[in-house]
Design a protein around this ligand. Structure first.
Ligand SMILES: *Cc1c(COP(=O)(O)O)cnc(C)c1O
Length: 495
């Protein structure tokens, strides 16, 4: 399977290994497989009898055809080992007769990013070997909180790589910040940015596009790559859990084989929900894709009106990993539904005017699969409260945005199937807001103290990776301006 750019200016086809190694196509587009592989008759049934790593190796192998099945199986077994994810990396739990939860936060950093970032560095190291690469890869990451830590855990001390993470210093939760500041490993650099996530992401994109900088780095034996979901190596492991969840629902008798379900995903960069769409295109019986946004509801507006308008106020919310105005992976959706020429046009409009409007025909094609709903801060908190008190289900703020969107969706006539809500983080990662949503006493002072209170109130346990956070030494405290990112990269490359 070869990969091509979503923009179609650069027409060259590249191997999966090359696409994973480089991340972004030279024309500024994102890499996509030339076609979407499908699951043959009976293949889904066969997957149902396999373990999670076996399912992962089969599905990833359909896209990364230059990797052997053995390589992928070894990588998947190591990535999703019980020491890291417990017995079941992506379990499905039942909330009520029509509602299920896909729990994706049982990994080392307690957010769903681990599902991709535990295996991606393994795929990446193989990509370096497969393409005969001798230079050091410098992985640049802009993070709204969860990607940074998950990428650092995945890439720490991985040979042939260095990783540098930029996060908005006031845009992440205290637990998220501590997780990054206490990061161990010899090949890591972590910088807080004065600005928001989009400032960090724009800075990283600018550095990727800076040819002088890239030439200088190359001369010193370094090249840049990304671990954000613009890299297809991040997306492909995310397809696996949608296939896997359907298999599990069939196995447990919750759906009959072939019965269609809907999926509801708390969305920021549009990576996770796009992976669900690919699973649908592969043949998993998924019908509706419900895109849930927080108060930064740029995607809700897009899916309701066909207008994508990023020139709007930015809100720092209690679901910070979704505080995004530029959803990079939407470009892949445009490409797959409308083709490269239209994608390029719309992306040029976005760069120039900060907005674009789909034609009616183009919008209709997207509306066939997707609907969008948003939840404001009060609705998010009320949803945490009601799910806990009525269903005994404790969820984090991001998952709550999705659960609220699901309720709004269920109030429409389109909803007639069982729905799988994607649960993307442990409630203990956002303990202060979760606690204050369900407790009747005054609010807890901060995330760290709120964890103890949350554990006592709900009689649940703080996940081990978060429990030991306070015992760790803080090692990374630098805060810089967004315009200082270039220098930080140059310095770290030399270090
Ligand atoms: C990253 C993240 C999201 C958003 O996922 P996208 O792939 O960016 O749409 C939602 N919830 C949590 C907890 C996250 O870390």
């Amino acid at each position: 399977m070869n990969f091509i750019s979503t923009r179609g200016i650069c027409k060259e086809e590249v191997s999966a290994a090359y696409a994973i190694k480089t991340g972004l196509a030279p024309d500024g587009g994102l890499y996509m497989p030339k076609s979407i592989p499908t699951l043959a008759e009976g293949e889904l049934r066969a997957l149902a009898d396999m373990s999670y790593p076996e399912r992962a190796a089969k599905i990833i192998g359909k896209f990364l055809s230059d990797y052997t099945e053995d390589e992928l199986l070894i990588d998947a077994k190591n990535a999703y080992a019980p020491e890291k994810f417990g017995d079941s990396p992506a379990p499905v739990s039942k909330i009520d007769d029509a509602t299920y939860m896909l729990e994706l936060w049982h990994g080392p950093t307690c957010a769903f990013k681990d599902m991709a970032l535990q295996i991606m560095p393994r795929l990446f190291v193989r990509a370096l070997e497969k393409t005969g690469e001798r230079r050091t890869a410098l992985i640049l990451v802009a993070t709204s909180g969860d990607t940074g830590k998950a990428a650092l855990e995945g890439y720490r001390d991985v040979r042939g790589t260095k990783i540098q993470v930029f996060y908005p210093t006031d845009g992440v939760s205290r637990v998220q910040k501590l997780q990054m500041q206490t990061q161990e490993g010899e090949n890591v650099s972590i910088k807080g940015i004065r600005g928001n996530f989009d400032d960090a992401q724009s800075g990283v994109k600018r550095i990727f596009a800076d040819s002088d900088m890239n030439t200088r780095l190359n001369d010193s034996g370094v090249f840049l790559s990304s671990a954000n979901s613009i890299n297809f190596g991040r997306l492909v492991p995310q397809i696996v859990y949608y296939v896997s969840a359907y298999c599990d629902m069939v196995k447990s008798g919750e759906v009959t084989y072939g019965e269609k379900i809907d999926v509801c995903v708390p969305t920021g960069n549009f990576g996770n929900i796009f992976a669900a769409y690919i699973a649908k295109l592969m043949g998993v019986p998924i019908e509706g894709l419900v895109c849930a946004s927080n108060k930064n509801d740029v995607l809700t507006e897009f899916l309701t009106s066909g207008v994508y308008n990023r020139t709007r106020p930015f809100f720092a919310t209690i679901s910070p990993s979704m505080d995004i105005l530029i959803s990079s992976n939407l470009e892949r959706l445009l490409y797959i539904t409308l083709g490269a020429d239209k994608t390029r046009d719309y992306m040029e409009k976005l760069a120039k005017d900060g907005r674009y409007e789909l034609t009616r025909a183009d919008f209709a094609k997207i509306r066939e699969h997707f609907v969008g709903f948003s939840a404001d801060e009060d609705e998010t908190k009320a949803t945490i409260n009601s799910l806990y008190n009525e269903k005994n289900c404790l969820i984090d703020t991001h998952t709550a945005v999705a659960a609220c969107a699901k309720s709004k969706y269920f109030a429409t006539e389109k909803a007639e199937r069982k729905i799988l809500i994607v649960s993307t983080a442990s409630p203990y990662k956002f303990a202060r807001d979760v606690y204050s949503s369900i407790a009747t006493d005054a609010e807890a002072p901060d995330d760290v103290e709120a964890r103890e209170k949350l554990a006592a109130l709900t009689k649940t346990q703080i996940p081990q990776p978060l429990a030991c956070l306070l015992d760790k030494a803080v090692r990374h405290v630098d805060i810089i301006d967004a315009c200082g990112m270039d220098k930080a990269v140059a310095d770290f490359a030399k270090a």
